[in-house]
Design a protein around this ligand. Structure first.
Ligand SMILES: C[S@@+](CC[C@H](N)C(=O)[O-])C[C@H]1O[C@@H](n2cnc3c(N)ncnc32)[C@H](O)[C@@H]1O
Length: 254
């Protein structure tokens, strides 16, 4: 599929809540919501801004968990859908979701402890966006980006879904992050570094949820998010379950 066709496809998705729900559920074996929820235990502080909240499911989760949240979403149709989600789940108010652009945030400096962005489009790679994030974050705050996730080609159905994703998103987006050799090399390096410098790299095995979280120094993902250029310190985590891998990039404001 060509780039322009993909762009048109995604723009169509963001104009229709039913299509978007379908597209974020079926090809991902219903795991999308689990991937979004990986944000929850990583939130810092009380005041949270979500960029590009889509249907507003994660926003509702964060509000229900007691965080004070705002969201900026570009698509008017998604703003309406997110407001409906908040109403249905009886959290937030109408002004929780603002129609606007991540490249120009309508908030004063140092307003938030955490800024969240899950499965962002190109806006996350723009310096204007990250400069705005750095501006609205308080010192000690952080940006959390779930840039992508992959189903692992296990079992009967998942290899088929992986193939469909490769057709829709393009092979580099789907197969690029799974360069096993590079990945295993990076994890081996992390373990080695941890043995030599305790506390520098954390390998956290969360057996309760069946996931493994690895800090990945020099990660191959998130590299195009211009964090350092805007004064944010980079950290990367890979969360892995039996069925999937999720790639999380943090930008910490000192
Ligand atoms: C792939 S969707 C992800 C939605 C949601 N975060 C999720 O996890 O399902 C990307 C969302 O970002 C929104 N978006 C695109 N450009 C944006 C921008 N410049 N500022 C804010 N939101 C934007 C789109 O309308 C869409 O709802």
């Amino acid at each position: 599929m060509t780039l322009s066709f993909r762009k048109t496809l995604f723009e169509t998705l963001y104009k229709n809540k039913y299509l978007y729900r379908f597209a974020s559920t079926v090809p991902f074996a219903g795991q999308w919501r689990d991937w979004q929820r990986l944000v929850l235990p990583r939130l810092r502080g009380h005041d949270v801004l979500e960029l590009g909240c889509g249907l507003g499911d994660l926003l509702a989760d964060m509000l229900a968990a007691g965080y004070n949240c705002r969201a900026v979403e570009h698509s008017p149709q998604m703003v309406a859908a997110a407001r409906e989600t908040l109403q249905r789940r009886k959290v937030g108010v109408n002004t929780t979701v603002i129609q606007g652009s991540a490249q120009g945030l309508p908030f004063s400096d140092a307003s938030f402890d955490t800024v969240v962005s899950t499965f962002p489009t190109e806006y996350i790679y723009e310096s204007d966006t990250i400069a705005e994030v750095a501006r609205v974050l308080r010192p000690g705050g952080q940006l959390i980006v779930i840039e992508g996730a992959n189903l692992l080609p296990i079992g009967f159905l998942q290899p088929l879904l992986v193939l469909i994703q490769a057709l829709v998103y393009g092979p580099p987006a789907v197969f690029g992050p799974r360069k096993q050799r590079k990945l295993e090399e990076e994890l081996a390096r992390s373990r080695d570094k941890m043995a030599r410098e305790p506390g520098v790299v954390r390998i956290d095995r969360d057996t309760g949820t069946g996931t493994t979280t690895d800090d990945v120094p020099d990660a191959w993902f998130g590299q195009h998010i211009p964090l350092e250029h805007n004064g944010l310190r980079r950290r990367s985590e890979r969360v892995r379950s039996r069925r999937w891998e999720v790639y999380i990039t943090f930008g910490e404001k000192s």
